[in-house]
Design a binder for this molecule. Structure first.
Ligand SMILES: Nc1nc2c(c(=O)[nH]1)N[C@H]1C(S)=C(S)[C@@H](COP(=O)(O)OP(=O)(O)OC[C@H]3O[C@@H](n4cnc5c(=O)[nH]c(N)nc54)[C@H](O)[C@@H]3O)O[C@H]1N2
Ligand SMILES: Nc1nc2c(c(=O)[nH]1)N[C@H]1C(S)=C(S)[C@@H](COP(=O)(O)OP(=O)(O)OC[C@H]3O[C@@H](n4cnc5c(=O)[nH]c(N)nc54)[C@H](O)[C@@H]3O)O[C@H]1N2
Ligand SMILES: [Mo]
Length: 733
């Protein structure tokens, strides 16, 4: 590794370094001052690569030619170096001056007959400062159209937790993992996606905490793990057992599994009362803090074991074992991620998880609580500072009072409604603050059509990706600094940005590397440039804000609760914690209490529908060990034993037999959604795997062609990337 690479890594997640762009797991308050992980290393190395996608790279191929490259081949060309404008005549991107770009973008935005005709996408790597400035600009411009990566990610967690506990965020701190007696990990693969979390799970396991996993797939990292921070374990090639209990539910079966556990707990309570033994439930908590417990009890009583077993795919005995762990533990944490949030019934499932935790008061005390583990390193912060298509009224009022402009009050578009608006022609502009909209969204072919039909597409990015290759009439790629790079202002001072992790810790981040190109601007400066050209400097002086991020933070402090003394507290080593009401047992729900969800189980899950026959299978799309969302670092998935390819389908060996196929045989995967659209993912290879019968799995984004736009989570409107109905078609020999 070159010296600068090593130096870069030594500064990751350090008080005076930058925040790792890998994931949103928290940083330790003490102990090893130096924590990064294999996949954090990849994320950092990916950004600090020596390769460059220069104007010469764009001159060498037409956009139509570049589109034939895979995601992997495209991004491998390295960092963007110049602002580029699409030239339709030559079908190529040509370099352009920043001011020209800003002027044309501003001109087109000003020319739309309504600000609601523009869509402003955000990917969750954007800093608090960039995101706040972006939402301010867009709201002055006049719309709440903020499709956000979180619409495809943890939206259901935000919606479900807000209903249950009055705040759409997790309630635990990293320290709680040191005090928990049991940790339930549902629908998450931290070995790949949150490796630093595995360190915390490992320490918990070593001191005797029980770790209970619910995952249809046996994920290696959750079974055994050797900690890269532990030199002795690494040298000896040893490993620690992580999961004490590993259950493999069917896709979408978690609500049934959790309700089953609640049923066991309630039955144990009845037995304890009858025998004159101490209560299993936390009656004091239920009485003082909860609403609708009696109705929940009735709902659980009304849910039979047959339904629970059929929907969860687990036996009653397995569910009893899991519930036993819960009842024996004084302090329980429950974590979850995409295996829970990307289904039709995700919000109800998250409500049920909260129900289950309320039963024994497992919230708002040390070592216990709810922990949705976020994805992008600042996706939670972006929402906190106003990236929200349904903004709370109090926030809009604060903006209006503080800045003195009339804010738009109408709810805006999320990811799915933005795509709908592009397809029906009502949206004409797409601006992307990071991310890869075209590849991250469902129904790839339709989205490609949607983007190409626009008047203007703008992508603020670090590396070329397929979203850049679906140009509208006018199209720009605007290259920005990455998080590892020095961001100097006009006085030559280094600027600090800030981010919020999954535990609501807000901390500073400053890059240390020389920028990939002298022509790059920071995201903040790019937003300021577009804003000044579009709405002018009447409300704020954009360039003055961009020249000193402290000034942006002063505005955040003035308009969003919890950011008192922002500039000062940010500069403390670990930053500061944003107060979480539910963690203090204050409930800002309509009932003023922690509120039980009292609905029934879903009438049918994707797995139950597949079971009805017709050669149908329930498909989930997940991440390999060698990718970051749509960024593919390499073609291996070491933990799952796949090398050199990504077009694979993991399937139970008995299902292979039933289909009459061999391991290694290639098939086309065909979507089965009754909307008349033909969806085919061609040429995938079968890999026999330890996965429940009827459920299959493969990689995102290659399989996004099969995710129907019309299939969305109830109340969350999240694409159902883990509930896709498919059949197989043999390939002509
Ligand atoms: N290296 C790396 N790190 C990342 C990312 C990355 O791509 N690469 N992405 C980041 C982002 S944006 C996010 S959101 C997170 C994603 O983190 P994860 O949520 O861990 O991501 P996925 O790979 O989608 O894994 C989903 C897991 O849920 C399981 N699962 C699927 N369906 C079900 C179900 O119905 N029930 C249960 N119980 N389990 C199920 C799958 O088998 C899989 O283990 O990671 C973040 N960190
Ligand atoms: N089928 C299926 N679809 C899914 C998912 C799934 O599990 N299955 N997961 C969903 C989830 S959880 C998420 S979060 C979304 C992710 O959706 P996105 O956030 O839109 O996608 P990413 O792949 O993270 O974006 C990668 C691009 O971001 C740009 N980039 C990287 N760093 C920076 C930076 O510092 N600044 C800027 N401006 N740009 C940068 C690079 O150009 C890179 O090509 O995808 C969703 N889509
Ligand atoms: Mo995500």
């Amino acid at each position: 590794m070159p010296i600068s690479g090593a130096r870069t890594l030594l500064k990751a997640n350090q008080p005076d370094g930058f925040d790792c762009p890998g994931c949103a797991w928290g940083d330790p308050a003490h102990g090893s001052s130096f924590e990064f992980c294999e996949n954090g290393v990849k994320a950092v190395a990916w950004e600090s690569t020596e390769k460059r996608a220069t104007p010469a790279f764009f001159a060498a191929s037409t956009v139509s030619e570049l589109r034939k490259l895979s995601d992997y081949e495209l991004e491998r060309n390295g960092r963007l170096t110049h602002p580029m404008r699409y030239d339709a005549a030559s079908d190529k991107y040509l370099p352009v001056a920043w001011d020209e770009a800003f002027a044309e973008i501003g001109g087109i935005l000003k020319g739309l007959d309504s600000p609601d005709r523009a869509e402003f996408y955000t990917s969750g790597r954007a800093s608090n400062e960039a995101a706040y400035l972006y939402q301010l600009f867009v709201r002055i411009y006049g719309t709440n159209n903020f499709p956000d990566c979180s619409n495809m990610c943890h939206e259901a967690s935000g919606v479900g937790l807000k209903q249950a506990i009055g705040v759409g965020k997790g309630t635990v701190l990293l320290e709680d993992f040191e005090a928990a007696d049991a940790i339930f990990v549902i629908g998450q693969n931290p070995g790949t996606n949150h490796p630093r979390m595995l360190g915390d799970l490992r320490r918990a396991a070593m001191r005797g905490a029980r770790i209970v996993v619910f995952n249809p797939i046996r994920e290696r990292g959750l079974e055994r793990f050797s900690d890269p921070q532990d030199k002795i374990e690494m040298l000896r090639g040893g490993a620690t057992d992580i999961a004490s209990h590993y259950f493999q539910p069917q896709l979408g079966g978690d609500m049934a599994a959790v309700r089953g556990m609640a049923k066991v707990v309630l039955a144990a309570e009845d037995a304890a009362v009858a025998a004159g033994l101490p209560s299993v439930l936390d009656h004091a908590f239920l009485a003082e803090h909860c609403a609708d417990f009696a109705a929940y009890r009735a709902a659980v009583d009304a849910t039979g074991w047959d339904a629970i077993e059929d929907q969860s795919g687990l036996t009653r005995a397995e569910i009893e074992r899991a519930a036993e762990v819960y009842m024996k533990a004084d302090r329980v944490i429950c974590t979850w991620a995409m295996g829970v949030t990307q289904h039709i019934h995700s919000v109800a499932t998250i409500r049920e998880i909260a129900n289950f935790m309320f039963l024994r008061g497992n919230i708002g005390r040390p070592g216990a609580g709810l922990c949705p583990v976020r994805g992008h390193s600042n996706v939670q912060g972006d929402r906190t500072v106003g990236i929200n298509e349904k903004p709370p009224k109090a926030f809009l009022d604060a903006l209006e009072t503080h800045f003195g402009f009339t804010v738009p009050r109408k709810d805006g578009h999320n990811v799915l409604s933005a795509i709908g608006a592009m397809l029906d022609g009502s949206a004409q502009v797409f601006i992307g603050l990071g991310g890869n909209f075209a590849r991250a969204t469902p129904d790839s072919a339709l989205v490609e059509k949607a983007l190409s039909g626009l008047k203007l597409t703008v992508n603020i990015a670090t590396k070329p990706n397929h979203s850049h290759l679906m140009p509208g009439e006018v199209s720009y790629i605007l290259p920005c600094l990455g998080r590892t790079e020095m961001d100097l202002n006009s006085a030559g001072q280094s600027q600090l940005i800030s981010v919020e992790d999954s535990m609501s810790m807000v901390h500073g981040s400053a890059g240390i590397n020389r920028p990939a190109s002298p022509h790059l601007l920071s995201e903040v400066a790019i937003i300021a440039g577009i804003a000044a050209a579009t709405v002018g400097d009447g409300v704020v002086d954009w360039r003055a804000l961009a020249d000193d991020y402290d000034r942006i933070r002063d505005h955040i402090e003035a308009t969003i609760p919890g950011f008192e003394d922002y500039n000062k507290r940010l500069r403390k080593p670990r930053g500061f914690h944003l107060r979480n009401t539910a963690a203090h047992r204050e409930w800002s729900t309509p009932a003023g209490k922690a509120t039980f969800f009292t609905g029934p189980l879903p009438s049918e899950t994707v797995h139950q529908r597949a079971k009805r026959g017709g050669g149908r299978y329930a498909l989930q799309t997940f991440r390999s060990h060698d990718q970051y969302n749509t960024t593919v670092y390499g073609l291996d998935d070491r933990y799952r034993g796949v090398y050199g390819e990504r077009q694979v389908i993991f399937i139970h060996p008995e299902d292979l037999k039933a289909i009459g196929a061999e391991a290694g045989e290639r098939v086309d995967v065909v979507g089965d959604h009754d909307d008349g659209v033909e969806r085919i993912a061609a040429d995938f290879r079968f890999v026999p795997y330890d996965i429940p019968r009827g459920s299959i799995a493969g990689y995102y984004p290659e399989l996004n062609v099969l995710v129907p736009l019309a299939s969305a989570g109830e109340e969350s409107d999240t694409p159902t990337s883990k509930s896709i109905m498919v059949t197989f078609r043999k390939r002509a020999a």
